[in-house]
Write a protein that binds this ligand. Structure first.
Ligand code: SAM
Length: 223
């Protein structure tokens, strides 16, 4: 009796817990047609973000790094009708695809994309804070700085999630971090959230083909 392959198990789990509808499928297709890289989150991670949004009663969600809007749709769908989702995207071409995706998903009443570098846009969000859920998924070298902003723009009970925090083990290895600014950024992010007195954190691994990656998940504790 042969065990199912990792791929078959993932398919079965997605079917049960994280089914993509037509709008999500169209989003990845539009991204492909626009020549964007297929580096969006997996369906089960989209569902994880919805679970976390429900856990913190999210009414305001912030994303750093939009790509084509795939993760944006998962998160904006977790909001009440009067909720607010903001995603920051540096590449105007990506941002245009995101706008079209949000329109197709009929989420423009609660979801918007802001174009520019997150480093420039984050300081402008102070008046709209606190955000209940913050998802970090942009340039990896920027992760430590994004953590500082996430702490500034959150409240006790907010949840901070960062994607790509394992990189097949590279991001946990100090030696590897020495040679790559992206890996160094994630390494520092992991070390800081693991030890931060105002956070309780863990990493959830996902197996992607022959590669292990995952999200760091942190909850902001009371002062
Ligand atoms: N969250 C998306 C999803 O799962 O559907 C995937 C995001 S993709 C991994 C990273 C995105 O971050 C790219 O679209 C890239 O252009 C954007 N990005 C890179 N550096 C950035 C920066 N400094 N500020 C804002 N966005 C940035």
């Amino acid at each position: 009796h042969r065990a199912d392959s990792a791929h078959e198990i993932t398919e079965a789990l997605n079917q049960l817990f994280a089914t993509e509808d037509e709008v999500l499928r169209q989003t990845t297709q539009a991204a492909r047609e626009a020549g964007l890289p297929a580096i969006q989150i997996a369906p089960a991670q989209g569902k994880l973000l919805q679970v976390l949004a429900a856990a913190c009663g999210a009414r305001k969600i912030l994303e750093i790094g939009a790509l084509a809007g795939y993760s944006a749709i998962w998160m904006a769908r977790a909001l009440p009708a009067d909720g607010k989702f903001i995603t920051l995207e540096i590449d105007p071409k990506h941002a245009e695809v995101v706008r079209q995706s949000l329109e197709r998903a009929q989420l423009t009443d609660r979801a918007e994309v802001r174009v520019g570098s997150a480093q420039e846009l984050l300081p402008q969000l102070k008046t709209e804070a606190p955000f209940d859920l913050i998802f970090i998924d942009a340039d990896k070298a920027g992760y430590p700085g994004y953590l500082d902003w996430a702490l500034t723009l959150s409240r006790p009970g907010s949840i901070i999630v960062a994607d790509d925090c394992i990189r097949n083990g590279k991001a946990l290895n100090r030696e590897q971090a020495r040679h790559d600014a992206g890996v160094a950024g994630i390494h520092e992010y992991n070390s800081r959230v693991a030890a931060h007195p105002r956070l309780v954190s863990t990493i959830l691994a996902v197996e992607l083909e022959d590669f292990i990656d995952g999200c760091a998940v942190s909850v902001v504790l009371p002062e």
